[in-house]
Design a protein around this ligand. Structure first.
Ligand code: SAH
Ligand code: SF4
Length: 341
């Protein structure tokens, strides 16, 4: 604003118009001078990504499919619960990490979303929903910490009192474990952190999450300990996708307990029943084995939640709807994470 010859407080007004009153044009910002408004309209647009689909599940889950251009689409999912409404947003079109059980990973990497496209998902949802979003999780498509420069200003807007004013505890970044970027997030904007663990040993984790070859468990656990020193919550959430016969045995649960205790990482576990997709080669663990696995962890004193599958009737699970529309030729352009990260 200063560089435009305006008073600094205009920035605050503009933030409020955009993110609290969800203005969709500059003309409606009536407490700003007309000349200022028309100058903004010359230099900028307020525009969301085109909505390709907008589906409402019978359980209230709502899922938008947004056009990211060039045959790519991303997803945003709203999950209503009794005491909160969580928006799951995407950070990239596709993903280069290529986890074996992930439909987004199988689609390959297309591009990073811009800050405006990340925060735009929250803007769109708050306009569309009868109640405002109370929690944001970066658990849609993409690896948020591999798009750090665009992610950071979006996180800051989520926290800014003149924009969305969410507390740090209500904004969660989920990462497959990009160790150096976990440190940068901790320094720049410590929000709640979820880490996609999925296996208690390096051998198995390297198969499921190829990034583990670059940042093995000992380094990941050390990064979690460093993160906890400044985190808004005193635990890391470990996500663990339950794959039948792969990582869901009682032995795996004991090894997992041993890992987090040996490494002294204060944590909670979130067990995610695998969402199958065609050609994945994996199956969802049985509900009995998920329950047994959870019981072993909780008897050892750990807090465990089993993620409820929501919005099954609208394919609200990771990357599934976008996978139906994206350009399949991109599979061959998958980027090797070992070179990128
Ligand atoms: N890239 C980040 C965030 C997006 S994925 C990450 O990996 O953490 C959000 C969560 O969904 C991750 O824990 C991921 O491993 C999990 N996930 C991916 N594909 C899944 C599937 N088919 N079924 C269940 N969970 C899946
Ligand atoms: Fe990327 Fe996360 Fe999917 Fe792995 S699980 S491929 S990091 S989106």
């Amino acid at each position: 604003m200063v560089s435009r010859g305006e008073k600094p407080f205009r920035a605050r007004q503009l933030l409020q118009w955009l993110h609290q009153r969800q203005a969709t044009d500059f003309e409606s910002m009536t407490d700003l001078a007309k000349s200022f408004r028309s100058g903004l309209a010359t230099d900028a647009v307020i525009e969301g990504m085109p909505v390709l689909r907008d589906n409402l599940s019978s359980d209230g889950t709502r899922k938008w499919l947004l056009d990211a251009g060039q045959g790519n689409a991303i997803e945003t999912v709203f999950i209503p619960e009794d005491d909160r409404g969580t928006l799951c947003i995407s950070s990239q079109a596709g993903c280069a990490v290529d986890c074996r059980f992930c439909s987004t990973g199988r689609q390959g990497f297309a591009r990073n979303l811009r800050t405006s496209e990340i925060i735009g998902q929250l803007h769109m949802a708050n306009r569309a929903l009868p109640v405002p979003v109370t929690n944001v999780v970066l658990m849609g498509m993409g690896e948020p910490l591999l798009n750090f420069d665009q992610l950071l200003p979006a996180l800051e807007l989520m926290l800014n009192d003149h924009a969305y004013g969410l507390s740090r505890r209500r904004v969660t970044v989920s990462s497959s474990g990009v160790v150096p970027m976990m440190d940068r997030l901790s320094e720049a904007c410590p929000v709640a952190l979820a880490v996609s663990l999925h296996a208690p040993t390096d051998d198995l984790r390297s198969q499921l999450v190829p990034l583990n070859q670059k940042y093995p468990l000992s380094e990941l656990m050390a990064a979690c300990r460093r993160y906890l020193a400044h985190a808004p919550r005193d635990f890391i959430t470990f996500e663990y996708v339950m794959l039948r016969g792969v990582n869901d045995t009682p032995e795996m649960a004991w090894m997992l307990i041993d890992l987090v205790q040996r490494e002294s990482v204060s944590c909670k576990f979130n067990l995610i029943p695998f969402n199958p997709f065609p050609g994945s080669g994996y199956e969802r663990s049985t509900s009995t084995s998920i329950k047994t696995f959870a019981d072993i962890l909780s008897k050892a004193g750990h807090v465990v939640t089993i993620r409820r599958t929501r919005g099954d009737d609208i394919d609200a699970a990771c990357g599934q709807l976008a996978g139906q529309v994206q350009d399949r030729t991109r599979r061959s352009q998958r980027i090797e994470i070992h070179e990128r990260a």
